[in-house]
Design a protein around this ligand. Structure first.
Ligand code: ADP
Length: 420
């Protein structure tokens, strides 16, 4: 067994994000969708495995139970260090779930001290004097204060964490981090002796996160966003992605889009403008019983196999509102997800070997329909959007799962037409 780092991500998109970070640090990384069990198999020879849960906004006891199950599975696979990945804007409520999950993971590991840092400098998230900044604003002054699920109205990480844990919280300041790994280790030891259990570290740059990752190497549980994960990853020597990734040279290429986010709509427009074949699915017709799947497959079979195709349910805000008004929000979403899931299976059976899926929920529907539980993470086409590799009943597949707003406007055409 080579697995070293086992990571638990509190949402699906965060799972992809943190898996890409470990991959950037040179680790051969797997991404597992949902709570794994005895039948979940990891790709061979992984250094890191990320279990992507949906535990960010669920009741704390459920988040704890799922995270502990994931931790046990990761340990059984050989992981020696657990990384709990949460959002770089510390999305949570006064009841959790960051504090309760971290405490539970530490208790199970018999650990008395952990390091937290949600900084993600490339995305403008930095921590100074224990306060979280979003670009040049304190978190509490940023648009995140209006977040629909978890409005963040305080920027003090020790204060936010203290509301979620009965244990002591302290800060390691930036001058200490700047002095390097030994200085951070000394500070951690001093905090541990003083009875502190959660240490929040300042970090302004990726170099700071590399220092923190090295200082935390012996810690059974570490917590933060994708930035610190990359720092932790750099602390491990690996042969990593130098091992060839299973890129399929043969087969067709397709995009399935179910995201209605502005960026996905731009990517669809760009694909169309490039003269590539695209088909819009009629969701209302599908709801009235028309076999839209069969119609789409007939269309697909007529296209030039040498060109990528796009099939999308994505709709403008007006069209979306009209469909939702007729079908109801949940029924409309279920209809679209069933449609795109079924199409994914048929397309792979028909020889698609490079599949790009746009939309977080849509990605969940597609991986479930394809029976994919775990993938190997490959190179990023855009920040936070890696290719992944999966094995399906019909053969090997390169799969890109993209959250709605991710990727440059030309991502679809670039990712599917570039030769490698
Ligand atoms: P994002 O990552 O942009 O949030 P998701 O796939 O997570 O994208 O969410 C988009 C949601 O919109 C999905 O539940 C999908 O089923 C739904 N949807 C997509 N197209 C339509 C449509 N034409 N009518 C109604 N709902 C739609």
């Amino acid at each position: 067994m080579t697995l070293r780092i086992g990571c638990i991500a509190d949402d699906f998109t965060g799972g992809t994000d943190v898996a890409a970070a470990f991959r950037r640090a040179g680790l051969r990384t797997a991404l597992v969708f949902g709570t794994p069990d005895a039948t979940t198999a990891l790709p061979a020879d992984c250094d890191a495995a990320v279990v992507a849960l949906k535990s960010r906004s669920t009741p704390a006891d459920e988040a704890v139970a799922e995270s502990l199950a994931a931790q046990s599975w990761l340990w059984a696979e050989g992981a020696t260090q657990i990384y709990f990945k949460y959002c770089s804007t510390f999305d949570s409520t006064p009841y959790g779930n960051i504090g309760p999950v971290t405490d539970a993971l530490m208790d199970a590991a018999g650990s008395g001290l952990t390091l937290h840092c949600p900084a993600s400098p490339p995305n403008g998230r930095t921590v100074y004097q224990g306060h979280l900044f979003v670009h040049d604003q304190l978190l509490s002054d940023s648009p995140l204060r209006h977040h629909p699920l978890n409005p963040m109205t305080d920027s003090s990480l020790p204060r936010l964490l203290s509301a979620q844990t009965p244990h002591r919280v302290a800060v390691i300041d930036w001058p200490t981090v700047r002095r390097g790994v030994d200085a951070v280790r000394e500070a951690l030891l001093a905090h541990e002796r003083a009875g502190v259990r959660h240490v929040v570290a300042d970090a302004l740059t990726d170099d700071d996160l590399t220092v923190l990752g090295a200082a935390a190497l012996e810690m059974p549980v570490v917590a933060g966003a994708a930035g610190l994960a990359e720092g932790v990853g750099h602390a491990y020597p690996t042969s990593g992605p130098a091992v060839a990734e299973p890129w399929p040279d043969q087969g067709r290429a397709a995009v399935l889009a179910g995201s209605c986010s502005a960026r996905t709509l731009e990517q669809i427009a760009q694909f169309y403008a490039a003269g590539l074949p695209s088909l819009h699915l009629d969701v209302l017709a599908a709801a009235t019983g028309r076999d839209v799947t069969a119609e789409a497959l007939t269309w697909f079979d007529k296209q030039d196999p040498g060109q990528p195709v796009l099939i999308y349910a994505s709709a403008s805000p007006e069209e979306l509102a009209a469909v939702q008004a007729q079908l109801g929000v949940a029924e409309a979403a279920a209809q679209v997800e069933d449609l795109l899931g079924a199409l994914a299976s048929h397309l792979v059976e028909r020889g698609v070997r490079r599949l790009l899926v746009a939309g977080g929920e849509t990605s969940g529907a597609v991986t479930t329909a394809l029976g994919i539980r775990a993938v190997l993470v490959g190179e990023e086409a855009d920040p936070g959007v890696p290719w992944t590799y999966a094995t399906t009943r019909s053969g090997d597949l390169a799969l890109m799962l993209k959250s709605g707003n991710f990727g440059a406007p030309d991502l679809f055409t670039r990712a599917l037409t570039e030769s490698r």
